[in-house]
Design a protein around this ligand. Structure first.
Ligand code: WTA
Length: 656
């Protein structure tokens, strides 16, 4: 970490916005001024200006019972109406909402009028299936237009969606369905990934099977299935329904009912420091306000002319806020791509940029680094001159990747915005404004207008410019999580207890302020890993590992990795009987695959080391810091607090 900090400290390149960009930019310096003068008034203005309220609000923020906030509490709106109908009513029904491209090369253009029609029909189907206000619906779909339609239809009837990333296993899906008590699952037979159909419906069947004796009450009444992969699927009559049979047959008349601003909109599960994923709860009015505002000013959306592309899957928060809600609330035109970046060829993304004339691209550093690895000639085969703004999200972007992105993809012309935020924050919190801020490679820089952050020490004292510490958010914000589904205590403990006295939200990230007061993110300070921009918990993978009959004990760390940012590295102790009967290589292989099956392929460890012992303190706590030293090939740090100080030399020898 310290060499990384030194490296960042020496970064002094600066890029001011061009005059042309600044002149046409949506976000202006005046926004900072307005927000600094009257923060709540600033957000109220944004909420009125960007959204349609069926019942206007009179209250803005209620922070009388921290950390439980409400925003715009007495206002009423319909989220889907804001993302769809009002654009059609304004005469923009023919505007393309989605330029969708399937991995095999099939395409669909979906206009705002068509998407509105589809969502209205689906909303009627949901009502017929008994889904109404407050009911939970799990969505387990590939990146197809139906995923966006499903989210919006659920929102339209006032229900709550829980989107589960299609790469998650049946077990992970089951845990999420059970935690939320979902009544309906919307899925597909399968979707295309890496040149073949990857099935989804069987995972749903598995997740819903074998409940007998488990003590878990089955809450799912129906499974709505989109035909996409064309793969054979099992069918449970009465429970399962084909989308193409019921949705087109439903009426396209549907009145969007107004719901209170604090009506829950979605639950999205994310990894924490314990084994059990947390259901992050977001509500409607504040979330949509900040989603629309940040998308507009940070992505500089000009809805009449831009073609915007956020490469995130809707299974993650970035896909929720910057594929579904932000851009559609703004009436933007976007590209949506089903597959992997390198299928059928490594230039696929750049081919799409050229084909659709993409003007704004928003992606993750891990993707940029993997393109760097294959070389600039791949991207340079395509005309990327339409790009005028580039964005980064999900993990710290190292200055080398930033510079490569700027020069190879952005033609040394397009500004880069590095946006820091989290599933919990709901929308961007720290980022440059592309027409205003002079950017610095590797720094997320400044809190957005209306957002207040600080970097503090363990006691909550400001560290001041030039120093590092913990990133906190000092005032409530409209898109903030409203809680952890079903677990208010965990919500308070996880985010608010550490700085209870000051009332700060603790983000879990380390950060440094430079001499200008700009923020440089330094990665997580807890046991959460960031692999390819995806959050994974060490505890969750450890619990999957010890769930294998061969494993006695396991410790997992995130080790730095050139391409993925961090990689999962596991240290496991194998039971005697298995050690005798199997080779260490065979066991490591089996366990990598096992984790993939238990959680999903993204959680599969890069390395599994079979060891005889784990480093523990006298109180029995595993010292992951030391294991990280080994995994990253460093000299092992201070071992004096270990119960047995010799254990690290044994482990180091075993790993070599
Ligand atoms: C990390 C993704 C540095 C951070 C939107 C945070 C970042 C976690 C950045 C949230 C960035 C996200 N620079 N680090 N621009 N953006 N992170 O919930 O550690 O999947 O806490 O939300 O990603 O990940 P999540």
């Amino acid at each position: 970490m310290s060499s990384q900090i030194d490296h960042l400290l020496n970064e002094d390149r600066r890029f001011a916005p061009s005059e042309d960009f600044a002149a046409a930019a949506v976000g202006t310096a005046d926004l900072y001024h307005q927000a600094a003068t009257d923060r709540e008034g600033f957000w109220a203005d944004r909420a009125r200006e960007l959204l349609h309220w069926q019942t206007p609000f009179t209250k803005v923020l209620d922070w009388s019972n921290p950390p439980f906030a409400t925003w715009f509490e007495d206002g009423e709106l319909n989220v889907a109406y804001n993302c769809l109908d009002r654009h059609v009513e304004a005469g923009n029904g023919d505007r393309v909402a989605l330029f969708w491209e399937g991995e095999p090369g099939d395409e669909r253009r979906v206009t705002y009028a068509e998407l509105t029609d589809e969502v209205k029909r689906l909303a009627n189907v949901l009502t017929e299936l008994g889904i109404g206000r407050g009911d939970r619906v799990a969505v387990y779909l590939p990146m197809i237009p139906e995923a966006v339609a499903a989210m919006l239809a659920v929102a339209r009837v006032g229900a709550v969606h829980s989107v589960v990333f299609g790469g998650f296993s049946a077990d992970s899906l089951r845990a999420r369905i059970d935690d939320a008590g979902a009544k309906l699952v919307i899925t597909a037979d399968g979707g295309y990934r890496k040149g073949r159909v990857s099935a989804l419906k069987p995972a749903v069947d598995l997740a819903l099977a074998d409940r007998n004796g488990s003590g878990v009450q089955e809450t799912v009444e129906h499974v709505l299935v989109v035909r996409r992969g064309g793969n054979d699927v099992d069918w449970t009559p009465g429970r399962d329904l084909w989308w193409h049979e019921v949705v087109p047959a439903a009426s396209a008349e549907h009145e969007a009912e107004a719901f209170p601003a604090e009506n829950p909109l979605f639950i999205l599960y994310t990894s924490g420091t314990t084994g059990k994923p947390k259901g992050i709860l977001h509500t409607s009015g504040g979330y949509l306000t900040q989603a629309a505002f940040t998308n507009r000013v940070v992505h500089d959306i000009h809805p009449e002319s831009d073609v915007y592309w956020c490469t995130a899957d809707v299974g993650w928060i970035t896909g929720h806020t910057y594929v579904t809600y932000g851009p559609l609330a703004n009436g933007a035109t976007q590209v949506m791509y089903e597959g992997t970046p390198d299928t059928p060829h490594p230039g696929r993304w750049w081919e799409l940029v050229e084909k659709y004339g993409v003007t704004i691209l928003y992606t993750a550093p891990t993707a940029i680094r993997s393109f760097m690895k294959i070389g600039r000639q791949v991207a340079q085969q395509f005309d990327l001159s339409s790009l005028r703004l580039l964005g980064s999200v999900g993990e710290p972007i190292n200055p080398e990747a930033w510079m490569w992105y700027r020069s190879v993809i952005g033609g040394d012309r397009a500004p880069i915005i590095d946006t820091w935020w989290q599933t919990e924050t709901g929308a961007m919190m720290i980022s440059a404004l592309p027409g205003v801020t002079e950017t610095k490679p590797g720094s997320a820089q400044v809190p957005l207008p209306g957002i207040t952050v600080d970097v503090v020490d363990d006691a909550g004292q400001e560290v001041g410019n030039g120093n590092g510490g913990l990133l906190v958010i000092t005032e409530p914000w409209p898109a903030m999580l409203r809680g952890i589904w079903g677990d208010p205590d965990r919500f308070v403990e996880t985010y608010w207890d550490k700085f209870a006295e000051q009332g700060f939200y603790f983000a879990g990230d380390g950060a440094r302020l430079d001499d200008d007061g700009d923020v440089w993110l330094l990665g997580r300070v807890d046991d959460v890993m960031n692999v390819s921009g995806h959050r994974l918990s060490t505890a969750e993978i450890e619990s999957a590992l010890v769930g294998n009959e061969a494993v006695a004990e396991a410790a997992v760390v995130g080790a730095s990795d050139e391409t993925t940012g961090q990689a999962v590295v596991a240290f496991v102790i194998i039971k005697e009987s298995y050690l005798k009967a199997h080779s260490p290589e065979g066991l490591a292989q089996t366990l990598r695959a096992w984790v993939g099956e238990q959680i999903g392929p993204i959680a599969r460890p890069r390395d599994v080391y079979i060891v005889g012992e784990l480093p523990k303190t006298r109180s029995g706590k595993i010292m992951r810091r030391l294991l990280r030293d080994v995994a990253e090939g460093r000299e092992v740090g201070d071992t004096t607090t270990l119960a047995d100080t010799a254990v690290m030399s044994v482990i180091s020898a075993q790993v070599k």
